[in-house]
Design a protein around this ligand. Structure first.
Ligand code: PHE
Length: 462
């Protein structure tokens, strides 16, 4: 196996710890905040179907590839790619793949933290009973009061960034492993309870129809790209987060089985969230396509009307913050690991630098909701007509950078790395399971990513 290399950053205590950490990375705002609103904006069922197909055919194989590369390289993605490229006699430029990932992680975390800040703010609003008996209009105005106030957003964003960097500074073993152990199960329980509430709300069937009855006339080429981009985003793929977690993985763990478990859990959380939210959207006459505020404008209505709603609301947003927290850590870990390896910094120093830079970049997102809300830099391109700087940042990272990163990872593991090395590293023999994986990363993923890109630019149409 990989006895020859050891990570300087330590490793997970066991397989379960890795599964929990990787699930913590995957399950986050992407599942509960982003999935419902992009599904809502892109017509529902058909979008969900494309997303599910992408998870199966692209997401799981790429996750296996990332874990495999990380475990073999045992360093930050930049150095892992350099080492593995040398091992395969390939061009050293492959390390740029690691760099692209670090930049993507930095950009994603800069806005991710601002949205996590909304969730933090909602913890305190629920606790104070602000949503009691709330109407859709009332909740809507609570939401805009928050997002249009840059000072408040800045305060919450700062708190969230500090929380993230404190855990990152403490390293792989302490903190992180403990948190997810409790978080993921608790999140499930609360989501199921919310689904129970949605079921009783009257519009459950309508919500299910919206999510699961595909109407292909409603989906556009851009919608397909968004679904594919989201399959990378939600599984934390294409930027080295899972790769760096893989580099702390003990040898002799089944990469295939763990990847499938993580992907299934992640998908389940997203679907449970969608099933809780859309019935409420319809029973309260809200718009499914109302954008990034969707969960912050719907769920509080449910909490405001159920017995014990203040308590459940508080718990729910606490869990959402936790889910975001465990994802945020993995967004910055590749950068911190590199600073430690190459700049000789301690983890604490590295966390301070990386965190401060990300915090500063967050201002762009904060302003997008207030002073810059009418600033649409790419309005001359029709799909970006209404996009704010935040929307563009999200689009660029999730729909362009992550799929391109995933494409490069697929090409590297299928075409550049020696076959005997991937057989050895995946440790499932050379039988049908390995061949299926190899076929998917060799052909299916690259072709799918390229075709979807070309389709959006209008070069190819299907
Ligand atoms: N997967 C996380 C979520 O769904 C976001 C994320 C993306 C984390 C990329 C790490 C890397 O919220």
């Amino acid at each position: 196996m990989t006895q020859q290399r050891k990570s300087v950053h330590g490793s997970w205590s066991n397989r379960l710890a890795f599964v929990l950490a990787a699930t913590g990375s995957a399950v986050g705002l992407g599942n509960i905040w982003k999935f419902p609103y992009i599904a809502g904006e892109n017509g529902g069922g058909a979008f969900v179907l494309v997303y599910l197909v992408c998870i199966g055919l692209i997401g799981i194989p790429i996750m296996m590839a990332e874990v495999m590369l990380g475990r073999r390289g045992r360093q930050s993605p930049i150095n892992t790619m350099r080492t593995l490229a040398a091992e395969a006699n390939a061009h050293p430029a492959w390390r740029w793949l690691g760099w692209a990932g670090v930049i993507a992680g930095f950009l994603i975390l800069s806005y991710y933290s601002v949205i996590a800040g909304w969730a933090l703010a909602y913890v305190f609003r629920s606790m104070a009973g602000v949503f009691d008996g709330a109407t859709a209009d009332g909740v809507g105005s609570i939401f805009t009061q928050l997002t249009e106030d840059p000072e408040r957003l800045l305060a919450w964003h700062t708190i969230f960034m500090v929380m993230t960097m404190v855990v990152v500074a403490r390293g792989v073993k302490s903190g992180l492993e403990q948190a997810v152990r409790f978080l993921v199960p608790a999140l499930f329980v609360l989501l199921i309870m919310l689904d129970g509430y949605a079921m009783a709300s009257g519009a459950f069937q309508q919500g299910l129809d919206f999510l699961f009855t595909p109407d292909f006339s409603k989906i556009t080429a851009n919608g397909v790209l968004i679904a594919m981009g989201h399959s990378f985003f939600t599984l934390s793929l294409g930027m080295g987060a899972i790769m760096v977690y893989g580099s702390y993985l003990p040898d002799r763990t089944s990469v295939a089985r763990t990847s499938i478990i993580i992907a299934l859990l992640d998908t389940l959380v997203a679907l449970l969230a969608g099933m809780a939210i859309f019935p409420l959207v319809f029973s309260n006459g809200l718009e499914p396509g109302s954008g990034p505020g969707l969960i912050f404008q719907t769920l509080p209505i449910a909490f405001g009307h159920m017995t014990g709603g203040d308590l459940f609301g508080t718990l729910f947003f606490v869990l959402l913050v936790f889910a975001a927290w465990t994802s945020a850590i993995s967004l910055i870990e590749p950068a911190v690991a590199w600073l430690v390896e190459n700049k000789g910094m301690t983890r604490v120093h590295a966390s301070v630098y990386a965190g401060a830079a990300t915090w500063g970049m967050g201002l762009v997102t904060i302003l997008s909701f207030s002073h810059w809300s009418d600033f649409h830099p790419l309005s001359f391109i029709s799909i970006f007509e209404k996009y704010t700087v935040f929307d563009l940042l999200d689009y660029l990272t999730a729909n362009i950078m992550l799929p391109l990163g995933g494409l490069a990872i697929a090409i590297f593991s299928a075409w550049v790395m020696r076959r005997q090395d991937s057989v050895q590293e995946l440790d499932m023999g050379d039988g049908p399971a390995y061949r299926l994986w190899h076929f998917l990363v060799c052909y299916v993923t690259p072709v799918a990513v390229v075709v979807v890109f070309l389709n959006v630019t209008g070069i190819v149409e299907f």
